[in-house]
Design a protein around this ligand. Structure first.
Ligand code: BTN
Length: 256
């Protein structure tokens, strides 16, 4: 395992009591996977050379551009589910953005946080001996950086705030939000987290297009969306219940 360039010991309860800080890593999720236990330790890097995203995509992040963290966790069974951990991560990111005055972040199923309909953050939950929650927030990229990377639908804190940000400051705020939200989850506040997640998703009651893994697409009205299930009414009138693991993407479908 690489040696950290710095170590922080934050006065948190569960997440980030130990933060291992690196100038550069291939992927913070890979380094987190090598940790001996899922004790809430956070791996933080200034740069990733082989960062991973969902569905085998890469997550490019030159030095100082992004906030790149991975947290190792052991959580109770009801909290271990990927949908819950993705929701916990995404809501913590929305709370972090709020500390910068950005109030209107939304969540795009399953793992993106958007501002002004553009992606500011992605979440990648992976499992090995323990569970790893990887989070990447766009911090200091410019519109030109995203255009050059072929990512016209991305946005950064710098673009929203009009000035560069200190990635360590953003990381620290994020870890504090993750810790507060995790503490609430352990205290049994799963339903409250789910409600805030549903509000930020904004798709319940809407006409949606649901892409399943494989090629199946279902179009209908979304009656219910929880951490455990999706219920749709198809145009034929029949009801369809799905598990989150079956669903690749949900998007709003304009009605004709
Ligand atoms: C996605 O949007 O597809 C998920 C992106 C997740 C990126 C983060 S950056 C920190 C952590 N380390 C990785 O290699 N990936 C995640």
């Amino acid at each position: 395992m690489n040696h950290p360039d710095d170590i922080w010991e934050l006065p948190t309860k569960h997440i980030g009591r130990r933060v291992q800080v690196y100038k550069s890593l291939p992927s913070t999720n890979d380094t987190a996977a090598e940790l001996p236990s899922g004790d809430g330790t956070v791996i933080l890097a200034q740069e990733q050379t082989a960062g991973r995203g969902q569905f085998g995509r890469s997550w490019r992040s030159p030095s100082g551009h992004g906030v790149l963290i991975s947290t190792v966790l052991v959580a109770p069974t009801e909290v271990q589910q990927s949908a819950v951990l993705t929701g916990w991560s995404a809501i913590s990111v929305c709370e972090t953005l709020q500390t910068f005055g950005i109030e209107h972040a939304t969540i795009k199923w399953p793992n993106d946080v958007l501002v002004c309909n553009k992606k500011i953050c992605g979440v990648l939950i992976e499992r090995c001996r323990h569970t790893i929650a990887g989070i990447g927030i766009n911090a200091n990229q410019t519109t030109d950086d995203f255009a050059a990377a072929g990512l016209p639908d991305a946005i950064s804190l710098r673009m929203l705030l009009g000035h560069t940000v200190c990635t360590n400051d953003v990381a620290r705020r994020l870890i504090e939000c993750l810790d507060r939200e995790f503490d609430a989850l352990l205290a049994g506040e799963l339903a409250a987290l789910q409600l805030r997640w549903q509000q930020r998703l904004g798709v319940v009651g809407q006409h949606v297009r649901v892409e399943l893994h494989g090629d199946t697409v279902i179009v209908g009205s979304l009656l219910q969306l929880t951490f455990n299930s999706l219920v749709l009414t198809e145009s034929s009138g029949s009801r369809r219940a799905l598990r989150p693991e079956e669903v690749r993407q949900i998007s709003l479908q304009p009605t004709l």
